[in-house]
Design a protein around this ligand. Structure first.
Ligand code: FAD
Length: 478
């Protein structure tokens, strides 16, 4: 077997792995980057980018649908060209993938290995039983894979996941979406708006990631009004046959129903790619789910020279977190055993549904009992949102009693990808609600809805004995 000795072995050439490798190089170390599949990263190939491209097509269709409310009537021969929609998704996706592949291929070929890596010792790896790699430290950046629950695992080859849906040559006639999480809602709502008969199935009641019960009511009202949501159901059977898949499920009223769909998209969550990594050969203590202990501020597993980065850590499966964890892991792999603790950014997650959902900082579910206040603003009549005919939603911001600092928010409404950023920056800057209200607000903009929520929060904090409401002059245009 060929033998190789390096400072740091990096498993996975995704976003986290590429960033980890770069850190090793910056610090003068010798790294080897090991990848078992095609280069190009999950985000560009089957994740963030193709999903947002499909959503962009759905937005275009939805704008035409919504146009008559403004007195604008699109032409009679309005139609959605399914093959053209899917071709653009792939064409633009391939452009993004091309950049990621080119970046990866710029790396010295002597520092890249193709094949599946597995541990055969604490820091010894074997790649495809062909090359043995000995490293001072290992960064595991192996990503995650769609989870296919029973009874769907029995007909795996007839199902779609986010790994293959973008390869469809045309929009399907009908689609059953299994799951109501972010990926399920993003892709399913896009398909629905592109004219695909789409139904969602979930054993749970949750729609998306939000935990604030007040907003969840609005999400249910709003998305329930648009989408065919069959939540709280027990899926009993999935049978592939003919041109599609027949599903049988039990409803909340204990009735058994059956319906056929051209395709089934399973979007029931993702699992870290730990199987087949041979972590049991490392000596790390593993929990029942196979996960080693992981410190998000160092990315280290216990005190071993093994670091997890990106989706495989099971921490926050998001692109910017994968980049950060890659950088921290690469730096600490070089520093081991003197690893550094890094400050992590304020949590920020966005679902590109319409209306968009977002979570910033501390989620409602994680607020300490007492010690905080909540400010709210409905977007049902928010000025700018109404102008655009997109007046739906609710924003709730959370502040800490005593300090009056903004600590988090949950958001559902138009343009929330931007409002969420403003709030995340304010929370990370440890801004008080007064300081945030002292910032400029233009008129008429969606941010005025945020200001309404901040004023409400100031009043609520004032009622707790902090942040006197009279400190805030009423601004025009509210
Ligand atoms: C449909 C969808 C939409 C998304 N949208 C967003 C979004 O809008 N915003 C956002 O922030 N995030 C989004 N994400 C999540 C984001 O894509 C991921 O968090 C991110 O790509 C994870 O990067 P990573 O480096 O951890 O993993 P990856 O990019 O998956 O890289 C892991 C690599 O490791 C390789 N590998 C695994 N095991 C081995 C092994 N044993 N040996 C060798 N190689 C191995 C894999 O082949 C893979 O190439 C989305 C994900 C999906 C699926």
């Amino acid at each position: 077997m060929e033998k190789l000795s390096v400072d740091v072995a990096v498993i996975g050439a995704g976003t986290a792995g590429l960033n980890a490798r770069r850190e090793v190089e910056k610090r003068g170390g010798r790294a080897v980057l090991i990848e078992s599949a095609a280069y190009g990263t999950t985000c560009a190939r089957v994740g963030c980018m193709p999903s947002k491209l499909l959503i962009a097509a759905a937005e275009a269709a939805h704008l035409l649908e919504a146009a008559p409310q403004f007195g604008v009537h699109p032409g009679r021969d309005r139609r959605i060209d399914g093959p053209a929609v899917m071709q653009r998704v792939r064409r633009e996706r391939d452009r993004f993938v091309g950049f990621a592949v080119a970046d990866t291929e710029k790396i010295d070929p002597a520092q890249r290995l193709r094949g599946h890596a597995r541990f055969v010792g604490p820091t010894r790896l074997v790649v495809d039983d062909r090359v043995q790699v000995d490293a001072r430290a290992v960064v595991v950046a192996a990503g995650s894979t769609p989870f296919v629950p029973p009874p769907f695992d029995a007909i795996r080859e007839r199902l779609l996941t986010s790994d293959d849906i973008f390869e469809l040559p045309d929009l399907p006639e009908s689609l059953a979406v299994i799951g109501t999480g972010i990926i399920a809602l993003e892709l399913g709502q896009a398909m629905h708006r592109l004219g695909v008969r789409t139904a969602f199935f979930s054993p749970f009641d949750e729609l998306g990631p939000l935990t604030d019960p007040e907003i969840r009511k609005i999400v249910r009202r709003d998305l329930g009004g648009e989408l065919d949501l069959r939540t709280g159901v027990a899926m009993q059977q999935a049978t592939a046959g003919g041109a599609g898949v027949t599903l049988r499920w039990r409803t909340t009223e204990a009735e058994v129903r059956e319906e056929s769909f051209a395709h089934v998209l399973v979007a029931a969550g993702r699992r870290p790619n730990l199987a087949g990594l041979g972590l049991e050969s490392t000596g790390l203590a593993l929990a029942e789910n196979g996960m080693p202990a992981f410190d998000a501020r160092t990315t280290q597993c216990g005190d071993a020279p093994i670091f997890l980065a990106g989706d495989v850590s099971g921490h926050l499966p998001l692109l910017h977190e994968a980049s950060d964890e890659g950088r921290i892991a690469g730096a600490n792999a070089m520093r081991w055993p003197n690893v550094e603790r890094h400050e992590r950014r304020v949590p920020l997650a966005i679902a590109f549904t319409d209306p968009q959902m977002a979570i910033v900082g501390v989620r409602f579910a994680d607020l300490a009992a007492g010690g905080h206040a909540v400010g709210a603003a409905s977007f049902d009549n928010q000025g700018r949102a109404r102008v655009m005919g997109r007046n739906r939603g609710l924003v709730r911001v959370y502040g800490e009693a005593g300090s009056c600092r903004l600590i988090g928010a949950e958001l559902f409404g138009p343009g929330m990808e931007h409002i969420a950023h403003l709030l995340a920056w304010a929370v990370q800057q440890r801004m008080t609600v007064q300081a945030a209200l002292a910032m400029p607000f233009y008129h008429p903009v969606l941010e005025e809805g945020l200001r309404t929520a901040l004023r409400d929060l100031a009043r609520a904090l004032g009622a707790l004995g902090s942040c006197r409401p009279e400190d805030f002059a009423k601004a025009p245009g509210d």
